[in-house]
Design a protein around this ligand. Sequence first.
Ligand code: SPV
Ligand code: MN
Length: 655
Amino acid sequence: MLQLKRGFNILFELGGIKSHRQVHELLEQRLDAENLNKLKRIENDWALLKIANSIAMTDPDNVFVNTGSPEDVQRIRELSLTGGEEQPLAIDGHTVHFDLPEEQARIVDRTYYIINEGADISIMAKKILREEALEYLREHMSGIARGKTLFVGFYSRGPIGAKAALPAMEITTSAYVMHSASILYRNVFEQFDDEVVRAGYVITNLHSEGLNRPEDLPNARVFMDRSWQVTYAVNCTYAGNTLLLKKGNHRFAVDLATYYKKGSELSEHMFITGLTGPGGRKTYFAGAAPSGCGKTTTAMVGTDFIGDDLAQLWIDRDGSLRAINPECGIFGVVRDVNSEGDPHLMKALREEGEEVIFSNLLVEEGNVPRWVGDGDDPPTKGVNFQGEWWEGKTDENGNAIPMSHPNARCTLSCEAIGNYNKEAGEDPAGVEIKVITYSGRDSDTMPPVVVAEGPDHGVVIGASILSKATATEVGVSGVRRQPWANAPFIPGSLAEYMDAQFMFFHSYRLRKKPIMAGLNYFLTQGARGGEGEQLLGEKRDVKVWMSWLELRAHGDVEAIRTPIGYIPKYEDLRDLFVEIDKEYPKELYDKQFSLYVDSILGRIALQKEAYRAERGVPWRLYEIYDEQRIELEALKEKYGSIVSVEQLEAEENGD
Ligand code: SPV
Ligand code: MN
């Protein structure tokens, strides 16, 4: 459930500004002439009330209104350098930012939804009562901006005017956070008032790093007030915790899609990318993957890159599925980004001409940024997220400290990336999505690609994503369920979210249905009769799986039916591998596409059991799991626990 504007607004309580007159008095008192003059452009009372209360609550020495003009953005860059939040690197326009060693990722253990008494939220999330959050913020955030400048920026999460775009403000004491926002989001200062009226919502994000000391990190918090669409981030600096335009506001967008736009919009943790197919046609994909599972890489494989992290989807009047990227830049993991696997991205990161903020990697002599897997000979010393680093350096427990943190990132504009299709990416009409993919990090069960029988089965693939824990969240390990790769960002119940998924993809209004597929690049030799953790495939194979899906979406290739969906035929894949100059032995195909029935059955049982802990899960999920289980058991009975593709074909032909 979501109840907007329920309970008191903490920002207004702590700011104490309630009336139009008070707003204007405060702004005149606290802003210098230049910034006051800039802010005159904003007339929306609701937005001004939030800005005024943020100022009153945090009590900065100065306020800087970021209009998005080249001068304003340049000033922010400079302030980030002079304030020590970023340092220059060898290439002009490239900088590095370090977060404290203990805050290298999202602080999931200190991230809460602010809730009203009696409200329920996802069982996967933490919650704090409104009263308690008020007291916490009173103690830790009131007056936090004293001695600092408070930056105020106006953004749109999506191309201006797009149906699913939402306006949002970022209010922060960090020049680095404002700098990042100016790269990752569209500044809409000039159109802000109109956008607030059009969208009917305006999101507010308030952040301060405080004193940025390790001893304050236990008191760091990320609070999200769903009812008032306000986020608070305190005592932290990692962009995933502080630039809440990203995942903080994505959560609010998920809320709106689930409760207020049910059956007509979705907010997903998905890349968007296009692939050129036969005859030059362009086919767009939207694909979900948990954090740190190759989402950026997959997006970059496309010929027409649009976005690498988030997608807002809706059903258009012509019955098609459309998508926009709420962002216009990437905050991507740099580990293993190299010229071989990611030529477009690597060019922007290694050559002159683009603006890049690197974070938490190693700076080598000569101010060159280096990271694990960058393709060059590894450095032996430098300065990284833990200070001076040398080869073999260990932490207090004797563990080797990697050269760069596994969650080290790069922030850059989509426009810096060679295959970005700006025209499509900036089109408020979005792109038409014909392929939806779901992937995890699955070492032993699912084949590299499998296409769902229909929309409901597609939803079940999304509901069943699993992955190994990655470095994107502090202190998390083991194998985890990752429903739609979006679970960390689903505020309400998973059951209600799932219901909205069934309703959306099943909708009679969605006449041009996309195909929906599971992808898995992480099958290991060890799981298929060989030894060890080495992968069966390699990064560049992604192109083949996507090209096959492109053909399948247009009905240009046949596929083999299995209980879990449709798989490719060997000959079609072999031909596509030729296009990437690679041989594709039938033996490898057999390893990748034979069904390992016991593991699949184990997965189904695990998912069913986990979903039973949720109330109100749609029956359709269990129905599909049961159908699959029954068919798989019959196969096992007949062929044993490894079923070959030939046997699957024989079944299909009724032999
Ligand atoms: C992710 O972790 O999924 C990211 C980076 O995209 S963060 O901003 O931390 O969410
Ligand atoms: Mn992400």
